[in-house]
Design a protein around this ligand. Sequence first.
Ligand code: GUN
Ligand code: ZN
Length: 645
Amino acid sequence: MFEIRSKDNLGRTGVLKTEHGEVRTPALMPVIHPGKQTIDVKRFGAEIVITNAYIIYRNPELRDEALRRGVHGLINFDGPVMTDSGSFQLSEYGDVEVENHEIVRFQDEIGTDIGTSLDIPTPPGVSHRRALEEVEITLQRARESLEYRERMMLNAVVQGSTHPDLRRYCASQLAELPVELHPIGAVVPLMESYRYRELVDAVLSSVSELPPSRPRHLMGAGHPMIFALAASMGCDLFDSAAYILYAEDDRLLSTEGTYKLENLQEMPCSCRVCTDYTPSELRGMEAEDRRNLIAEHNLHVSFAEIRKVRQAIYDGSLMELVEERCRAHPRLLEGYRRMSAYVELSERFEPRSKRSAFFYTGPESLGRVEVHRHLQWVKKNLKGRMAIAGPSRKPYSSTLPSSISGFRSMKPQADGEWSVVVADVPFGLIPLELDQVYPLAQSDAPGIMDLEARHFLRELILDLEGDVIISEDLCSELGLQLPHPYSGEVETYVDDLDRIRMIAEYQFGEGAGDALFPDDVRIERSRNTGKIRHIYSGEKLICTMRASDGLFVLSAEGARRLHDGTAYPRCRVAVNEESEPFAREGRSVFAKFIIDCDNNIRAGDEVLIVNAHDELLATGRALLCAEEMMDLNHGQAVKTRKGGF
Ligand code: GUN
Ligand code: ZN
C-alpha cells in the first residue's frame, strides 16, 4: 500500500494507497475538528485529512452520525481519512474515558481508512524507568489492536520519550507487527519549545528501526518551518492543527517562522489573502472572518512548502532546502547539525547519483552524507605517493600533457609515479581520475573558503599517510607550515585507462576496473566535449559514460564482464523464478520478486539482475536501496535495460 517513487537522503516521495484514493507523500493532513469545521481544506491541496475519533466517540450526536454515515460523511471529506485515538487528550489532560479495544473497534466501525491504537504519549525528560513502563503498554496495545481491527489500516505509534534506546526498542518491536504505518509520538512538546536537537534524536532513533516500506508520521508537526528537515529524516506524513490554532491566535505561519498580526506592517506572502488584504484591514475585522482568512493563508503556505519538499526530493536538492530552512532559527540549525551524528544511517539510503549538484551552503554541508561517503572511499583507497594541489578551474585534469606548478615538499621530489590529488571544498581530496564523476564534479562551493572548510582540508591533509607533497599555493592558503620547502611541478594529464579503471572501482567496488576493462580497450569521445563516451573491447561495447554524472552504464558485454570478474552478491539483485522470464525480456523488476541483493546497492546504481543460481539475466538501474528492495512488497525496484542476454 506504500510505494517509494524518488529518494534523497532519508527522505522519499511516495504514494500511499487507501480505499478512498491515493495520497502523494510527503503529505500534510489538516486536522478536521468534527462538528466545528468551516474551512474546505481540499481546496488548498489536502489529499488526506486527520480527525479525532475520541472526540466523536465522546459526543453522542457525533457518534451516532458517524456510525450511521461513516466518518467521511460526518466530516464531509470523500478522500482518505486518518483518525487519532484520544492519546493526545491523554497527554493534555492526563486521563481518557475509553479503552483501547473500544476506540480501535469504533474507528473500524465508522469506516476510517487509517486508525490509531491508544498509545501512551510519554512526555520528554521523564525517567528511563517510567518511559520503559509506558512503552510496554503502548506495545501491548498495538499488538491487541491487530485483533480488534477488521479492515482499516493501523497506525502503531513509536514512543520512548527522550531516551533514544527506548525509541529504538519500541520501533524495533513495532516493526515485527503486521501494521501499516508508524507515527512518531510525543514530539509536540519538543517542537513547541524549540528542542530540535532532541527531536532529531527521537526521530532518527525511531526511524533507524522502522521498516522502510511503511510511511512514518511525525505526529503534531504542522509548522511549515519543520517540513523539510522532518522529510529529510524520513518522515512521510505531517498533521496540522497549527493552521487553525495559530489563526485563532492571530498568528501567520511561514517557512521562516511565525508572524504576529499585531506586528505586521506588510503581509508576508503572495497568497490570495496576503494580496487582497492589508494587516490593518485584517485587524479591523470580526474575529471569525479574520480567523478564517489567516487560516487560509496558513494552509496556503503549508501546502506550498509540502509541494516544494516533494519537488526537492525528486530533484535531489532536499538537503540544500533543509540547510536554507534551518537558518531560520539557531535551534533548528542545531537540530540539523545533530543530523550529522546519524550519517551512517543516512548513507544506507542515500542515492549515489542525483539530478542536482551538491551546493555548499555553509560549514554544515561538510557533515552531509555525500562527503562522508567520499571520504570513506578516500581513506580506503588513496595510498602511495601523492601530490596535493589546491583547486584550479574544473575540470582539474587534462586530456593533454599539462601541469600544476607551485609545489613544495618535505622531501626532494623523487622520480617515479606521483598520483595527483586535488584538495577542494566540500569533498576534501579528489584524485584527478575522478574529477568528472558525481558528485565530485557536480558540486560547487564559494571560491573564498570559510574557517571551517580550511580547517577541514588541513586536517585531511595532515592525516594522510605516506609520501605527500603539497603545492605552495595550497600551503599558504591553508596556513600549513611545512619544513624544508622544495618546489616542483606535477602532471595533470590523466591516462584514459587509469581514469576509467578508477571510476569503475569507485562505482562498482574493488576489482571492477580490471574486470571491466582489458588493456586494449578502445575509447570513443564525444565530438562536442571531448569527454569519454563509449568504451569498447574490439567491436563490443562494454559501457557508456553517462554525461549527466560521469558514471558507467553497462552494456550486456559490460554486465557479463562485471559478473565474471566479481563474486556474488556484489552489484547483484537476485530475483525468484517467477520473475526470471520477465527480467530476461527486459521488463522492470518488482520489489516483491527480489530474494536477495548486495547490501551496498543504493538507488540509482547500475546493477546485475541474476537468478537464485547467480546466472546473469539482465542489467538495470536500481530505483531503491538494498534495504528497501528487501523490505518493500510493492512497486518497481530495478528499471531493467533491454536485451543482449
Ligand atoms: N498527537 C500528537 N502526539 C501524539 C501522540 O504521541 N500519540 C497520538 N496518538 N496522537 C498524538
Ligand atoms: Zn499569505
